[in-house]
Design a protein around this ligand. Structure first.
Ligand code: ACO
Length: 385
């Protein structure tokens, strides 16, 4: 939080840190206790007992679906899951030239072209667009993963769950029950997380009465950065580069000396261990046990050293530290880690956008002007130094 030297001066809250800008019933992050809940349900309970479809419904509609609501919602997701051929073609044109997040952002924006209500801003139309986007997100990311890997696309399989279908469309095989569970859990624990930067972007856009495609395009653009969703790619690359537990101390000291941020650590809200990282750590240990135990042991050592050094400052592993290790062991390419985040987060983005427009207020903060007050004398260009 920033400071302004003179008490008569207005205070500038850099990064809006600590500012309450909206009310919400969607989800709650307890940064001091390390707890995350969606509409009152603890994330650990949902990860153990629920599935992504149910959690998506819960976030958007505010209650756990009964059997009829659940069946109808799943059917809506299935019937909306395919993409127009033009969108697959667009992704083909981008392959090899862009980051998958660039492709995802462009493809979501392009999807609006195929929706007759793309510019509507009434709540009913926004809800319809929201469900279409939830339905299409795994297909989009699956297609990007296949096409960017030089493989043919796979159309959605109606028999599979949301998470298993995403796995199948991305990796070309049906997951076993444990892989399916890990994928489902990863999507659940990424589904919502307070007023994070990408959610805030979505809300700023929807608050102008723009449509849901525009809001989600903003959110994806914001998720791309390495201080937000992009940290998971970089965390895995760092663990791989360090290579063994024995190298960790020296490598970390050098990074800290250079004042580099260690990817996968620290959080604006959590000042204790991120509860999502706890779940992913268990999966990372399980999935690397047979073939890549060294990778997990290296990560574990980095964690131990970081907590010893920075734990007192409230810096602990965040969700991005172990997620990349799990995705990589499942078979996903590194550049697809952040798009996977988007597949999970789509439900939170649309849920909060739909909630916000129920009592809409245009976002319009102010900036404190610290530049030249003037008025300066205008000089023609040929008289300037
Ligand atoms: N490594 C080393 N030092 C760190 C780290 C880190 N990962 N994170 C914070 N710090 C230090 C800062 O250097 C700063 O130290 P100082 O007070 O001595 O200057 C202090 O902790 C506060 O850091 P800020 O960056 O000001 O805290 P902020 O709340 O703005 O940052 C953020 C949170 C952006 C997540 C930060 O911790 C970071 O950059 N982490 C690495 C990137 C990352 O993992 N991002 C994913 C976050 S989770 C998500 O978005 C899904």
């Amino acid at each position: 939080m920033e400071k302004s030297g003179n008490s008569a001066e207005p205070v500038v809250y850099r990064g809006l840190e600590g500012i309450l800008a909206a009310e919400t019933k969607v989800g709650f992050v307890d940064g001091q206790e390390g707890r995350l809940s969606y509409r009152g349900y603890d994330i650990n309970t949902l990860a153990e007992q629920s599935n992504y479809e149910e959690v998506s419904y819960l976030l958007i509609y505010g209650h756990m679906p009964n059997q009829k609501e659940y069946t109808e919602y799943v059917e809506r997701l299935r019937s909306e899951s395919d993409l127009p051929e033009e969108v697959y073609d667009l992704i083909r044109k981008q392959a090899g030239k862009t980051h998958p997040m660039t492709s995802l952002r462009t493809a979501v924006s392009y999807l609006a072209t195929f929706d007759v209500k793309e510019s509507a801003s009434d709540p009913e139309s926004q809800e319809v667009m929201a469900v279409k986007l939830v339905a299409k997100m795994p297909t989009l990311v699956g297609a990007i993963h296949r096409i960017f890997s030089g493989k043919d696309i796979l159309k959605p399989d109606r028999e599979l769950s949301y998470a298993a279908n995403f796995f199948y469309m991305s990796l070309g095989r049906r997951p076993d029950p444990m892989e399916s569970k890990m994928m489902d859990t990863a999507l659940i624990i990424h589904a919502d997380h307070g007023m994070n930067a990408s959610t805030f972007s979505a809300l700023v856009t929807i608050s102008t009465m723009a449509d849901m495609y525009s809001a989600i395009t903003s959110a994806i653009s914001t998720l791309k950065g390495p201080l937000h969703g992009g940290a998971n790619e970089r965390a895995l690359m760092m663990i791989q580069a360090i290579g063994s537990p024995g190298n960790a101390e020296k490598a970390l000291s050098e990074m800290v000396e250079r004042k580099e941020k260690i990817m996968g650590f620290g959080h604006r809200v959590y000042k204790v261990y991120d509860p999502r990282a706890k779940i992913l750590k268990q999966y990372a240990q399980y999935i690397t046990e047979k073939n890549n135990k060294n990778l997990f042991l290296t990560a574990n050592k980095i964690e131990e050293l970081m907590i010893n050094r920075f734990g007192s400052k409230g810096i602990f592993p965040n969700v991005d530290f172990y997620s990349g290790m799990v995705y990589s062991a499942l078979g996903f390419k590194t550049e697809i880690f952040t798009p996977i985040f988007a597949v999970g987060r789509i439900s939170g983005w649309v849920a909060r956008s739909l909630e916000y427009i129920q009592d809409n207020k245009l976002f319009r903060p102010k900036a404190k002007y610290v530049g030249e007050k003037g008025p300066l004398k205008y000089k023609p260009i040929n008289e300037r130094d």
